[in-house]
Design a protein. Structure first.
Length: 164
């Protein structure tokens, strides 16, 4: 069993660690302030970390789970067959599906008459994507704009999911 770490006198007196942390904060503060003044940029040795969004945008990680979208098949119909696997696997229960019988049972038996996702409840875990047996739902859109003007716009219906 390993011995607990023995702290030095400087580490046991927390005021010095607080001062060290504040010095880092003030350093980054002044680097950012002086970096925006054109004549003083040459005094700053490090680059500013502020991004002027939306003019400058950082690259999105390929592992990022974006918004949900529904896939279409070769015929242009949605791939979802209303099997309810995604709604069952969802830990936050944000997916609501209403199944309906298809007019042409030779193509498929069921389709989703309603397919809603509540983005306020979604935890973006990706379990709905993994549970879908027909590859109908994906979370690969690179759209980062999640701001809306009213809360009811965060409930995405089937048509919006198909349009992305």
């Amino acid at each position: 069993m390993a011995k607990p770490k023995q702290y030095t006198w400087w580490e046991r007196v927390y005021i010095f660690e607080v001062i060290r942390g504040l010095s880092i904060i003030f350093y980054h503060f002044w680097v950012n302030i002086l970096g925006f003044i054109p004549g003083l940029k040459k005094l700053v040795k490090s680059e500013t970390v502020t991004v002027q969004w939306p003019e400058e945008q950082l690259p999105i990680s390929p592992r990022w789970r974006g918004r949900h979208r529904l896939n279409r098949d070769e015929n242009g119909l949605e791939r979802c067959v209303a099997c309810m696997c995604c709604a069952t696997a969802c830990p936050s229960e944000c997916i609501h599906i209403v199944a309906a019988e298809s007019d042409d049972p030779r193509r498929r038996e069921k389709y989703p008459a309603e397919f809603n996702i509540d983005l306020f409840r979604c935890v973006y875990c990706g379990m709905c994507v993994e549970a879908c047996p027909c590859n109908a739902i994906l979370m690969d859109t690179q759209d980062m704009r999640f701001s809306q003007t009213s809360p009811d716009k965060f409930v995405i219906d089937k048509q919006k999911l198909l349009d992305w």
